[in-house]
Design a protein around this ligand. Structure first.
Ligand code: CA
Length: 457
């Protein structure tokens, strides 16, 4: 069952971190996403754990180290939690302590009406770090990464480019389609993305060539982190899948379309996808998302009923996520001219044909074991309208046989695919009457030139 709405979502709660009380803030006290970042001291770099609050991060690791606060920890925190904070690894911590407990503890430390007195608050302020100055890591070390294809609108538009008469393959509405991606190249927001080299073949060329990707694209997705393992050989039933879901991040599945087009048959994506995947550094927990759960997307009449292992009433009623997601672009020239990023598209995770619980249940249905820190991508989130297409492959497509229609930018520049110096920014947020807005933070990456590397062509 999805997490319940409770007192931690009370919109009247405020924080003594003033920036968190701005109604436009992504990280009010009702959110408190988990993050990890690098801190240098004693000549070494350490991984610290924290929660985002307003424009800052509460550095829980530094806080745990603060001896004068031991009495407070003894009062609030599980000893296992303190031990894990020193280790700097949420995966270890969350194997011992539920994420809900961590969120509750952080909320008790950050509430404006916290019972602890001013001396404690002053000490806490030493553990507050500005988000802008931090070098973030992925919130959890990513063990395995799987990317799904859960947007029927994305699958239909992309399918119609290759099969105008039969865009959606017959398995789509029966089975959540996915492939195993690569965990080693999942990076946190802000990491530059090097244009990949690869093998491509132009339609009119006799032979393929090797060189820099010419059709570099982004994909707007959500990533789900697994928070509880299942044993090898023991599937997670759909009715229990939510218990294994830790929270979500934004995910940019960078894609080399020209490499993809040549290599994908017959085994699917490979080097066109695994050179980089960017995720936002703030893991918004399923508890924080409780007010923003919604019914799973309505299946058009005539669609098949999912097989029993993919059907569950609670999942139909509350398995969806009401998260608005958008893509913005900032070119080098726009940055130079002091312009703001331009929005390219906006969509919603409500439109996904499969819920994350269905994806997780399906992933384990053959006995495959998921582990804490595994990452499941939703697939490109596109909606039914052209302004909600979540990648350039779809956004600049103008119909079969027609030339692509480039995106126009305020500098007079145009884009059909990404150029070096372009920064792609993903954003996501949740709003509902009677609740505080929460956001997912930025997921950013700048494209940098391909390596000089091996001989081209
Ligand atoms: Ca993808």
């Amino acid at each position: 069952m999805p997490a319940a709405i409770d007192a931690t979502h009370d919109p009247a709660l405020t924080s003594w971190v003033e920036s968190a009380n701005d109604p436009a803030a992504d990280f009010p006290i009702q959110n408190l996403p988990l993050c990890a970042f690098e801190v240098s001291h004693d000549g070494h770099t350490h991984n610290h754990l924290g929660v985002a609050i307003g424009d800052s991060v509460l550095d829980l690791t530094s806080f745990a180290e603060s001896r004068q606060l031991e009495h407070l920890w003894a009062q609030h925190a599980d000893p296992a939690l303190i031990e894990c904070l020193f280790m700097g690894d949420w995966s270890v911590l969350l194997s011992e302590v539920p994420a809900a407990t961590v969120r509750l503890l952080a909320q008790s430390l950050l509430r404006a009406d916290a019972p602890a007195g001013q001396p404690v608050r002053r000490a806490r302020q030493k553990a507050l770090r500005g988000i802008d100055g931090l070098a973030f890591a992925p919130p959890l070390a990513v063990g395995n990464y799987t990317d799904f294809y859960a947007s029927v609108h994305h699958a239909t538009t992309v399918g119609s480019m290759f099969r105008p008469d039969n865009p959606l393959l017959p398995n789509y509405k029966w089975v959540p389609i996915g492939y195993h991606g690569r965990a080693s190249s999942v990076v946190a927001s802000g990491t530059p993305i090097r244009r990949p080299l690869g093998q491509t073949k132009a339609d009119d060329a006799a032979e393929p060539a090797f060189g820099p990707c010419k059709l570099l694209d982004y994909e707007l997705e959500l990533g789900l982190f697994v928070g509880r393992a299942n044993a090898l050989g023991e599937p997670v039933p759909l009715s229990h899948a939510e218990d294994h879901m830790l929270g979500v991040v934004l995910l940019n599945d960078w894609s080399a379309r020209d490499i993809q087009k040549w290599e994908y048959q017959p085994l699917g994506p490979f080097l066109a996808k695994n050179f980089a995947t960017t995720i936002s550094p703030f893991l918004v927990t399923m508890e924080a998302l409780a007010p923003f759960r919604c019914p799973a997307a309505q299946r058009p009449s005539g669609d098949p009923r999912p097989l029993p292992y993919l059907a569950d009433d609670a999942d139909r009623q509350r398995g969806g996520l009401d998260i608005t997601v958008e893509v913005l672009l900032l070119t080098e020239k726009m940055r130079h001219d002091g312009l703001q990023p331009q929005r390219l598209s906006r969509g919603t995770a409500r439109d996904l044909y499969w819920t994350f619980a269905q994806m997780l249940a399906h992933h384990t249905s053959n006995g495959c074991n998921l582990q804490v820190g595994d990452l499941l991508g939703s697939g490109t989130i596109s909606g039914p309208t052209p302004d909600s297409r979540g990648c350039l492959l779809e956004l600049t497509w103008d119909g079969p046989g027609k030339p692509r229609r480039p995106v126009a930018l305020p500098t007079g520049e145009t884009r059909t695919f990404l150029q070096d110096g372009d920064e792609v920014i993903l954003r996501g947020s949740c709003e509902r009457q009677g609740f505080r807005r929460i956001g997912l933070g930025d997921c950013r990456g700048v494209v940098i030139p391909a390596p000089a590397g091996p001989a081209r062509n």
